[in-house]
Design a protein around this ligand. Sequence first.
Ligand SMILES: [Zn+2]
Ligand SMILES: [Zn+2]
Ligand SMILES: [Zn+2]
Length: 329
Amino acid sequence: MEKISFRLELRWNPLLREWVIVAAHREFRPWQPKVECPFCPGSEEIREEWEVLALPNRFPSLVENPPPPFSSPKFPYKVEKAYGICEIVVETPNHEGDLCNLSQENMRKVIDLFVERYRELGSKDFVKYVFIFRNKGAVIGVSLHHPHSQIYAFPFIPPKIERELKSALEYSKNHGKCLFCDVIKAEKEDGRRIIYESKYMMVFVPYSAMWPYELHIYPKRHLGSLLDTNEEERDDLARVLRVVTATYNSLFDFSMPYIMVFHQVPTDGGKYDFYHMHIEFYPPYRDKEKLKHAAGVEWGAGVFIYSGEPEVRAKELRETCEKILGKIS
Ligand SMILES: [Zn+2]
Ligand SMILES: [Zn+2]
Ligand SMILES: [Zn+2]
């Protein structure tokens, strides 16, 4: 295996006030390699026996010992070293499948590994935010199909999280309570967008969904991160993630691509007790045949157009969920 030299940096966008990771070495990463899966047992990267495991990403966008920036920007530009860590969580030794194909015990081990990595990566000085996510499907741009999630440990709080933090802080100042807890209440009162409710989790299509079959999972208890969950909640979350992915996969009778993200409190040492962790899913399909594309209005203006009604799609998801529930142990 040839050693790759890292060529990467963070470039500041002064107009949007956001960091962009420029990772020049990522041009050379494998695109759907046909030969050997690097995550299957016995591969070069993984030799011994395992059920779930975290590995360093071989083509990281952020590294613990970043090289000096390679551009020399002048005012008004700004550059920083790309500090951070990128990891892969291999969820099973089996080469095929989705979260719903994992056993409950296996999925629980994945959750436990998320908890451990969040704690471990978050304890590092230069890590301000631990971002856990899962990309599934070729249309999402997944290069390796072996079931896996990813973790990016960022040296800054990503802008989407920053916006949620700001809203939650302002809400708690103005109303004396948690915005997310109130969203759960509002969804319960309305009921039309609820897909599934377990003992500890609430699954619903958000009122202002952007993606056609977008859904969110909120823990009913006010928790900042996975670190605050108890044993029962971890078991429950493991099962709920299997229920949600099984629902997606039987909605159109094909394996539904999606993006899954965990939104949790930053790990920069600040106090964020006004924030409430949750999980968001964005599948790109709007019906059996058509993809929803983020195009001019979405990219150019930052305004999403939702074709259809979230309540109608929520009903479809809820009915599909009811059908598959019996099959999930
Ligand atoms: Zn594999
Ligand atoms: Zn809350
Ligand atoms: Zn969120």
